[in-house]
Ligand binder design. Sequence first.
Ligand SMILES: Cc1ncc(COP(=O)(O)O)c(C=O)c1O
Length: 403
Amino acid sequence: MSSPDLSDAEHQQVAETLRQAGVPAEDLQSVLKILDGHGLSMGPKIGEFEQLFCDYIGAKHAIGVNSGTAGLHLCVRAAGIGPGDLVITTPFSFVASTNVLLFENAIPVFVDVNPTTGNLDPDLAAEAARDLAAGGAKARKWLPRKGAENPSAFKALLPVDVFGQPAALDLMRQVADEHGLKVIEDSCEALGSEYRGRKAGSLGDYGVFAFYPNKQITTGEGGVIVTDDDQAAATMRALRNQGRAPGDTWLQHTLLGYNYRLDEMSAALGVAQMARIEELLRKREQVSRWYDDRLDELPQVERYVIEPDTTRMSWFVYVVKFRQGVDRDALAQKLEGRGIPVRPYFAPIHLQPYMVKRFGYHPGDFPVTEDLGRRGLALPFSSVMTEAMVDQVCQALADSLTH
Ligand SMILES: Cc1ncc(COP(=O)(O)O)c(C=O)c1O
């Protein structure tokens, strides 16, 4: 890559920033080629990127979009989820998995999570589904204190593959089939993971991946939806492109749509990154093993459990939980003070100010989620971390825990 406007030092800085995001200079060549003659949007690269996803996931359709959030939103629309509809989901996630329901004025029905994995508790989800399907007082006990006075239909399950580990998808499918529900699998953190030998994202009616720079592959911003449903795929393609259905001209819009298109530069980067997916996943797995080995020696640190059903784990972040008695926030501050960037993970969705205001949630409503949220810390993690860097983090952690 070269540009006459950048000094050598600036070039080096750009290269280093990209290297840290797991994007080598070679990948940028394919982006630069786009600038060198192709159209910048709706050209051939998005189709190529989508085909790679169909092949990798084993899905009939892949639809490229400009973020994971956009992808999830299109799934909500395609599933026909609208005002007052009930959708079982998790409060232990990144906010987008809930927000996409609120965009359509649907009601997220939170169910608490499994303390060892952070994923939606399948038994509780099954119980909630039975009660919601029964309606009346039984259903009400799962609904928020306010903001859900006039529920419409019970429509879907929206499980999240937390930190890269697939949710208990066979059980979710069973519950969904029993009650005639759609399953939207939020696999934004789980590209490459496998559940009972099948790829994450392929287990629901729709699966969604995201490519922000902290993800397993990046396109800068971007996402992909995968589905085997022909009609839903056609609807989502129209919705991402301002509602233009096949046959519509540029200024004809059969549906109310959005601009959720993935541009050609991002798609080109995605194609280059997908060519190296195995290498990227293996590097992340190696970093997780280095952490595992070192953290085994710290009794105050607990790790999330990788279930036997997770036949392949694709590592998105490396999150640890501290045992009772450790002040997580003080520890995080000490680590930050030593130049180690860490982040509490996740902040429970139901306690975000806008959720408290809208649905009247209180602390204590989802105790497992809140406990994990209080004790969890994401350690520095990427495909370009070296063993020496992991050593440095673990040494700083050990020192901070003892002093
Ligand atoms: C679980 C989950 N869902 C959805 C998203 C949203 O993806 P994006 O940031 O690409 O919109 C993320 C992103 O971090 C995520 O972790």
